[in-house]
Design a protein around this ligand. Structure first.
Ligand SMILES: [Zn+2]
Length: 347
């Protein structure tokens, strides 16, 4: 009798031990270990208990055997249920790792940047568009007439020498040395009043230095209307330069010479870097040369059949590269044309 109670006690204890062990086993691996502990062929608790059944007196065997069978079935089904659930959870976790997480920020395709020259050109065009100017880049390969002769360059002008200008194989054709060719083309195409800005590449036979390149970029604007005088020019240019560089610089017009304007001038602005006090960038003068300008020469108007008694206008030309260098603090013009991605990606 004692043996039976002992066995029944042991079965009950095995049941409650299992319940607490099951409660703390949550992973598939822990549950598998638990199964080995209860059903393992070597030292498994359930087989061991069944092994003891042979020592139970014959008349008690049924009671103990029933209790043991019940325990085995209960443990087996509890283990199976929890293992199935843990396996499903684990595979769900793994699947969610492999699927797309729509909350992740997207990997954006790498977009290119606009070149600093393009940024400055677009800004210049925008300012003049707002003032009602139309935009015309004009041709880069030009005839002698549009690049020189119609603009009053005398036949012996040094700019017409092969020392200074790139001529192409076709006689009379050349790479334009300035965007002023667009002045003539615009005045031919449009009857005044007209307002045109032209930005583009120009070419001169120059050595490559820190400041010079045989190919560079110019912006050029022309306005022709009735009663236009130098005050209109100055107001337009000061407005434009303030828009481009910001701040409130001082300006001065210095007399100069261009064959296609009369009078001609250079517009200087007080140095951006030292406010006119003098520094290395402005060679201690406090002033920076910004652009060349002037009133359209009467002969240039006559060359395109516009009566200078009735119409007058102004024109100006400006280096885009120089503005980009000043705006973005680029000391060497070559930096603009080397296409070094480390530089270009900054814009
Ligand atoms: Zn300065």
């Amino acid at each position: 009798m004692a043996r039976v109670f002992f066995m029944l006690d042991e079965i009950q204890k095995a049941g409650s031990d299992f319940d607490s062990a099951l409660a703390s086993a949550n992973e598939v691996k822990a549950l598998a270990d638990l199964r080995v502990r209860y059903f393992g062929r070597k030292g498994g608790l359930i087989p061991a208990l069944f092994g003891q059944l042979k020592d139970v007196p014959k008349e008690q065997k049924k009671e103990v055997g029933d209790a043991l069978n019940k325990l085995r079935d209960r443990i087996e089904s509890a283990l199976k249920e929890k293992s199935d659930r843990a396996t499903a959870d684990e595979s769900a976790r793994k699947t969610s790792r492999d699927t797309i997480d729509v909350t992740l920020p997207a990997r954006m395709p790498h977009l290119g940047n606009l070149h600093p020259i393009t940024l400055v050109r677009q800004e210049m065009e925008k300012i003049f568009r707002e003032m009602g100017y139309s935009v015309d880049p004009g041709p880069e390969i030009e005839t002698d007439w549009y690049n020189f002769e119609s603009l009053n360059f005398t036949p012996d002008h040094p700019a017409r020498d092969t020392q200074d200008t790139f001529f192409v194989d076709v006689p009379g054709m050349l790479l334009r040395t300035h965007t002023s060719n667009v002045q003539i083309r615009s005045m031919e195409q449009t009857k005044p009043p007209l307002k045109v800005i032209s930005c583009g590449r120009v070419y001169r036979r120059d050595e490559i230095t820190m400041r010079r390149s045989p190919m560079f970029h110019q912006a050029e604007a022309i306005l022709v209307d009735k009663g236009i005088h130098i005050g209109h020019m100055r107001a337009t240019l000061e407005y434009f330069v303030r828009k481009i560089f910001g701040g409130d610089p001082k300006f001065r017009l210095r007399p100069s010479f261009f064959p296609f304007t009369e009078p001609s001038a250079e517009l200087d602005m007080s140095c951006l870097f030292c406010n006119g006090n003098g520094c290395g960038t402005c060679s201690q003068t406090g002033w920076m040369e910004i652009l060349g300008c002037g009133m359209v020469h009467p002969q240039v108007l006559r060359n395109v059949a516009i009566d200078p008694e009735e119409w007058s206008g102004f024109a100006f030309g400006m280096g885009i590269d120089r503005v980009a260098m000043l705006t973005y603090d680029i000391p060497n013009i070559r930096t603009l044309f080397e296409n070094d991605l480390r530089v270009l990606q900054q814009f």
